[in-house]
Ligand binder design. Sequence first.
Ligand code: SF4
Length: 327
Amino acid sequence: MPLHDKFGRRITDVRVSVTDRCNFRCVYCRSADPENYRPEDELLSWDELVGVARVLHGLGLEKVRVTGGEPMVRPGVIEFISRLRDLGFHDLSMTTNGQLLAESCDRLIRAGLHRINISLDSLDAEKFERVTRTRKFQSVMDGIHAAQASSLRPVKVNAVLVRGLNDDEVEAFAELARSAGITMRFIEFMPLDADRHWSRAVVVPAAEVRSRIHARWPLVQVPHAPSETARKYRFADGAPGEIGLIAPVTEPFCGHCSRIRITADGKLRTCLFSLQDHDLRPFLRNGASDLDLADFIKEKVLEKEHGHRINEPDFVPPSRTMVFIGG
Ligand code: SF4
């Protein structure tokens, strides 16, 4: 039986975080201070991650997005993708900061990866350094070019817009979409940052991004599946590339949510903004059957939140921040 929540939403997608480590330290995600990484033995092993994926596949889930932290920093991630392919998932994608992508692109594809999301929050190398606290701009651009030259499709580039930091680059990012023929996606900043600097004042609404690009290059909306997070647009003049707007704050899309998440330390999260986790490790580490684990997951998914409460007066951000959840 396909997996449904109490609102009748079918759950078809899982985002699997394979590590809480990252080689970047983006200001809208991580703190400048060292984090309390989970000890290695608290993270799920590859066999345990495959075990969870096998059960989810049995529950009718079709799509897996591999996330982190930064998934490429954990040795064995490429083999993990091939094991997901062998389980029968027909849609395998990854969210990466792109730094290690150029050298791994071919192996990822041979392992079964279909599509990729690459984070890039500035086209200015100096600002990139300020945002990510690394000097890896060129290797990320090399990663994007390698993906573009490969069979991975679509290649999506994601920019988290923060007012006063990179919102001046909206048109430049749109130009990149047109010149490189990629899908450029703008993500509204969400209250999941480690330093809790998020406020509504630094959110750049998708409507503003849409009207700024439309004023320069008229856009035409592209039909999308209700459960998709991005609203998609093509250029009316026929230029290649696409624009995607992900607006969880100003235009929430929770009503058709089809996603759950598995954290690197083995917690089921039924919503990005869940205030509680459901620990799968007691099942994985005490010899429980796949059926037992499936029953537990079904039970918890029935409790899935209708949506985030960012726009509600009683909103409380989750104690777990983005690097410990995975995008
Ligand atoms: S905030 Fe939660 S319910 Fe809304 S789309 Fe994201 S995961 Fe789904």
